[in-house]
Design a protein around this ligand. Structure first.
Ligand SMILES: C[S@@+](CC[C@H](N)C(=O)[O-])C[C@H]1O[C@@H](n2cnc3c(N)ncnc32)[C@H](O)[C@@H]1O
Length: 291
C-alpha cells in the first residue's frame, strides 16, 4: 500500500516510511511488538473504567489487539474505531475481531495527523502510536477533535532510553562497531523517546487544547524474543539499534558476525525460561478535552 489512505490523500513521508520500510520488519516481529511489550497497556487498561456504550478511537492501533480489548470493555452498545496508516496491520485486527466474534470494532487505514475527525468519541486511546507524528502539536490538536466535550485522551509512550535498557543496551552494542546515523537518516518520525519528557509533553498537550494532563509511570518487563537468537534479530531490525544497523548499510553487513556475537553476550544475562526479558519504563498520559 502507498501512503494514500481512505480520507487522507496528502503524502506524509513518515507514513510512506512506515509502509515501505518498517511494515515488513514489524510483521516479522509482531509477536514481540504486540504481546512482548503488552505489560505497558495491560496495567492501565485493567484499571481503566469504560462506561458501557462508550465510543472509542484507538489511534496508531497497529494489529488491533488494544482496539479489540476496548471493544469488549465498552460492550455491544459501544463502538471502537481503530486507525492506523498501515492497512496490512489492520487486516490482522479485522481477522482477529471476526474470529473472536467482536463486531463492535472497525479498522480503517488513515493518517491520524490529517484525518478529518468529528467529535464523536468519549475516549481516544493509543499504545505507542503517538510518538511518530511529523508535527506532534498539530497532530495532537487534530486528535483532540475526535473527542466530545469532557472526553478523555489516554496514551502510552516510552520514557527515556536510559529508563529503557531494552533499547539502550543494544544501541550501545552496535555503536561499538558502527557510526551513529547522520542527520539525513530516514526515520519513522520524531521517534520512540520524543514524548519522554513530561514537561515538554504537558506543554504540547496544552498548546493543542487539552487540559488536566496527568502522567503515570509504569515500570515492567518486556519480552524481546522467545530465544536469544530471535532477540538479536529483533534488535538489529527495529528500534534504536536497528536504526544504527540499517543506516550503516554495507558496513553493518560486513561486521554482522562480530555485532551479533557482541549482542549475544550483552543479552545473555536476560535470557530466562520464558524468553529474553528486560526492564522497561513508560508513561501513561491522560488529558481531557475541555467541556
Ligand atoms: C509502535 S507502533 C504501535 C502499534 C500498536 N498500537 C501496538 O502497540 O502494537 C506505532 C503505530 O503507529 C502507526 N502510525 C505511525 N504514524 C501514523 C500516522 N501518522 N497515522 C496513523 N498511524 C500511524 C504505525 O503504522 C504503527 O502501527
Amino acid at each position: 500500500m502507498n501512503s494514500t489512505t481512505a480520507a487522507t490523500t496528502e503524502t506524509n513521508p513518515y507514513v510512506e516510511f512506515w509502509n515501505d520500510t518498517l511494515a515488513d520488519k514489524f510483521e516479522r516481529f509482531r509477536e514481540i511488538l504486540m504481546n512482548g511489550l503488552s505489560y505497558h497497556s495491560r496495567v492501565p487498561l485493567e484499571r481503566l473504567h469504560v462506561e458501557p456504550g462508550s465510543r472509542i478511537v484507538d489511534v496508531g492501533c497497529g494489529w488491533g489487539d488494544t482496539a479489540i480489548q476496548l471493544a469488549r470493555k465498552t460492550g455491544p452498545d459501544g463502538f471502537v474505531l481503530g486507525l492506523d496508516c498501515v492497512d496490512r496491520f489492520l487486516d490482522h485486527g479485522r481477522r482477529e475481531a471476526e474470529a473472536a466474534g467482536v463486531d463492535n470494532v472497525r479498522f480503517q487505514a488513515e493518517d491520524v495527523e490529517r484525518y478529518p475527525f468529528e467529535p464523536n468519541f468519549d475516549l481516544c486511546f493509543s499504545r505507542f502510536g503517538m510518538m511518530f507524528f511529523e508535527n506532534p502539536v498539530a497532530a495532537m490538536r487534530n486528535v483532540r477533535k475526535s473527542l466530545r466535550p469532557g472526553g478523555t485522551l489516554m496514551f502510552i509512550v516510552w520514557r527515556t532510553i536510559d529508563d529503557n535498557p531494552w533499547f539502550g543496551l543494544p544501541k550501545q552494542v552496535v555503536l561499538d562497531f558502527l557510526e551513529p546515523p547522520g542527520d539525513d537518516a530516514r526515520t519513522c518520525g520524531p521517534g520512540p523517546f520524543s514524548m519522554a519528557d513530561p514537561e515538554v509533553v504537558e506543554q504540547q498537550l496544552e498548546i493543542a487544547g487539552f487540559e488536566d494532563v496527568r502522567f503515570e509511570r509504569i515500570d515492567g518487563p518486556v519480552t524481546v524474543g522467545a530465544s536469544l537468537e530471535e532477540a538479536i534479530r529483533f534488535q538489529l531490525a527495529i528500534g534504536p539499534a536497528g536504526e544504527v544497523f540499517r543506516e550503516a548499510g554495507e558496513e553493518a553487513e560486513r561486521q554482522r558476525d562480530r555485532i551479533e556475537a557482541a549482542m549475544r553476550e550483552a543479552l545473555a544475562p536476560y535470557h530466562e525460561a520464558s524468553g529474553v526479558v528486560m526492564p522497561s519504563s513508560s508513561w501513561t498520559i491522560t488529558a481531557r478535552q475541555p467541556r
